[in-house]
Write a protein that binds this ligand. Sequence first.
Ligand SMILES: [Zn+2]
Length: 224
Amino acid sequence: MPPKTLSPVTVGPARGDDGADEFWLDYAVKLAWSARRGGRHPFGAVVVAEDGTVLSTGENYSAPLHLSSGAPTLAKSQSQTPAVPHPLSSSLRDGTPLPPAPPLLDPAALPRDATRHAETEAVRLASARFGGDPTHPVLRSATMYVSAEPCAMCSGATYWSGIGRVVYGISEERLREITGAENVENETMTVGCRIVLQGGAKKVEVVGPKVVEGCEDVHDGFWT
Ligand SMILES: [Zn+2]
């Protein structure tokens, strides 16, 4: 399957619409491809309001540029390609204005660090739009779609943000199979996100693994 290209969208299917979860998971996979094309680990996430408005997107920025021979798209010129701008909505469909994303969270303007998984990028941006308020109803009714199951860190970040639902593509266990258990570049934890989230005082709905077409292809040849 050829790489998926990213055409930024700001509004799409609402929760409960036919194919909504598949549409947004596919979008998360496109973000993962965008990260891979930038020489970064192939993970993507998007936070979507209940009415289908995009609140934030995230790509992985957690590691140095990936330089293995298995990653054919990582030529130096491509690694210097500017990051894809976040396609953020300015209002909900009913016209309710949304606060803009703080400019300091521009992903290209921040140094890489180990906590910058696609999910933490998206969670941080969505949370910041609402002043870090985990009780905000837009966040409580929002869904985070992510190309691979959130790790323990990202599950915790999602919980504390107040985002009420998570839908993920491949499982952590499957990711570990793909990367190899001994891969020092991605020493995958197999603590499922449900294990972390079920320990919380508030409920977070989890759907997955839900593998959409091409969900695993973004990892092909990357980790070996
Ligand atoms: Zn993570």
